[in-house]
Design a protein around this ligand. Structure first.
Ligand SMILES: [Mn+2]
Length: 413
């Protein structure tokens, strides 16, 4: 399986121009307070190419006229710090994980980098310069670019992110298995939570049940879970999970697991009491119908935007029938997000929602929602789906979704 990482590096090198190099940083933990850091999250593009999940590691890939070379730099062993923070990855371990032959300590990085510029004529440097928001903290790649622009102003500096992102949008069988693992753990955790819902009072108690089962299975929450009862469920990113649940309300949960650097992202909506009311059933089934209509559309060649149009079409018909809207333009009062995003190493994974045509190997979410604030009802149902040559495979089909299945599990589980 490590071979997969090797193949990715070969592919990237093949796509690079001559006399260029890529430098990618694993990054390091962000200071939280005094001497504690936030948990370290590796730069995914670095991990995608190296299979190394270790702070302060760097990979340097060089493409010259006559040869290519790859060097991995890992933290210099600090015996004193290791007594506090645990063992660093060793050179031998790093070689085995990454299948990179040349692994050395980070203290040699600057010399090695500069020697590429002075001895080989590399004139083009690729860094990970991905930036989502203007106000984000600068990435290690951006900081390095700033430094190198001062010392080597003639060097062309480019962003490697689009090239790696393009590779990452098409998942291999191993990656799909990892996402399926996350889905399996999410199923266990969701079912545990669902079976105990009738006996719980507060939103955070449901969260505790869900996260307990994740931990028991060696996973962690992929993101801050949403447990929203009644009107709170019409707020898309309600994260407090602090309120008491009423017997007659629906509970919307948006939840996922992260394991081995891959994620699931699942939403389910169910009645606190274990029994849907007629009104809740009616609305829930409209969302399910929109979901099925999206499924009928998913195949290579389709754009995510077209999937959202399918939801609008179903809502235009059904919401008029039940008298909720008179005009199509009113749908946005009750449905105000997109139906899909890419999923993978990131929960909102690389891939342009607005501009990409689906290909086999993409993994996307399907998540229609319906939010009626005046009735204190919010419904979102979300699955994780693999695009295949002839359509799609629902990776989260195993997680109960129909009204009957949910009621059975809540009352007989
Ligand atoms: Mn989602």
């Amino acid at each position: 399986m490590n071979n997969e990482f090797k193949l990715r590096r070969e592919q990237l090198l093949a796509d690079l121009p001559l006399n260029s190099m890529v430098v990618l940083f694993a990054g390091k933990g962000v200071k939280r307070s005094a001497d504690s850091d936030y948990p370290f999250t590796v730069n995914y593009n670095f991990a995608y190419l190296t299979n190394i999940d270790e702070p302060e590691a760097v990979v340097m890939m060089v493409k010259l006229n006559h040869r290519t070379s790859i060097t991995l730099f890992v933290r210099d062993i600090d015996l004193n710090l290791q007594k506090w923070n645990g063992k660093y990855v060793s050179i031998e371990e790093a070689k085995a994980f990454s299948m990179i032959d040349s692994v050395v300590y980070f203290s040699t990085f600057e010399t090695a980098f500069v020697s590429q510029l002075t001895r080989t004529g590399v004139n083009h440097l690729f860094l990970d310069l991905e930036r989502l928001n203007l106000t984000d903290r600068p990435l290690a790649g951006e900081l390095f670019a700033k430094k190198v622009r001062e010392t080597h102003p003639a060097l062309i500096i480019d962003n490697i992110y689009p090239m790696i992102a393009a590779m990452r949008t098409v998942k291999s069988d191993n990656e799909i298995k990892k996402i399926e693992n996350c889905v399996s753990v999410t199923k266990l955790a969701f079912e545990r939570m669902l079976k105990s819902t009738k006996n719980q009072k507060f939103e955070f108690e449901l969260q505790a049940d869900f996260e307990y089962e994740l931990k028991r299975n060696g996973a962690a929450p992929a993101f801050d879970m949403i447990v929203a009862g009644g009107a709170r469920s019409t707020v898309l990113h309600y994260l407090k999970n602090s309120e008491k649940l009423s017997e007659n309300e629906l509970v919307l949960c948006d939840m996922g697991a992260i394991k081995d650097l891959y994620n699931s992202d699942i939403s389910r909506t169910f009645p606190k009491s274990g029994k849907f009311s007629d009104r809740q059933k009616l609305l829930y089934n409209i969302v399910l119908e929109a979901m099925d209509a999206v499924y009928a559309k998913i195949k290579p060649g389709v754009m995510l935007k077209e999937l959202n149009d399918v939801v609008i079409k179903v809502y235009d018909k059904r919401l008029k029938e039940i008298g909720l809207i008179k005009d199509r333009s009113e749908i946005s009062n009750y449905y105000y997000h997109g139906v899909s995003h890419f999923l993978g190493m990131d929960v909102h994974d690389v891939g342009h929602i607005e501009n990409m045509v689906l290909v086999s190997g993409n993994v996307i979410t399907v998540e229609p929602g319906l939010y009626i604030e005046a009735e204190s009802i919010g419904i979102r149902i979300e699955d994780d789906v693999l695009v295949t040559e002839d359509g799609f495979r629902n990776l989260s089909e195993c997680i109960v979704k129909s009204i009957d299945e949910i009621e059975v599990l809540m009352n007989n589980g």
